[in-house]
Design a protein. Structure first.
Length: 95
C-alpha cells in the first residue's frame, strides 16, 4: 500500500529541519513550502506544535512535539485497524 503524499511531505519536512539542525528559535531556518502537500504538512505540523515560526520567515522543529504527534498518529492507526478487525470478525460470525 503506497504511503499518502501528505505523510511523505510531513516526514520530509521534519527530516529537512533535523538535517539543518533547525530545532530551536536560535537555529531556525528560512523555509517556504512548495506545493499543496508541503503547505498542508506545514500547517498540520504547526497546529500540533511540532513546527514553529519565529516571525521573521524562519521555522524550526520541536522534536518532542513531533515525536508526540507521530505517536498519536500511530495510536489512531492501531485503533482503526482494531475496529476493522472487530467488524470483520462480527461479520464473519453473522455469515
Amino acid at each position: 500500500m503506497p504511503i499518502p503524499p501528505k505523510v511523505v511531505a510531513r516526514r520530509r519536512m521534519a527530516e529537512h529541519f533535523l538535517d539543518a539542525g533547525a530545532v530551536s528559535p536560535k537555529t531556525a531556518i528560512a523555509f517556504e513550502a512548495e506545493g499543496f502537500h508541503q503547505r498542508s504538512a506545514r500547517v498540520i505540523l504547526e497546529e500540533h506544535g511540532a513546527v514553529h515560526a519565529t516571525g521573521d520567515g524562519r521555522f524550526y522543529l520541536d522534536e518532542a512535539a513531533y515525536r508526540e504527534f507521530r505517536a498519536e498518529l500511530r495510536q489512531r492507526a492501531g485503533l482503526l485497524i482494531a475496529v476493522g478487525v472487530a467488524i470483520g470478525v462480527a461479520l464473519g460470525l453473522l455469515a
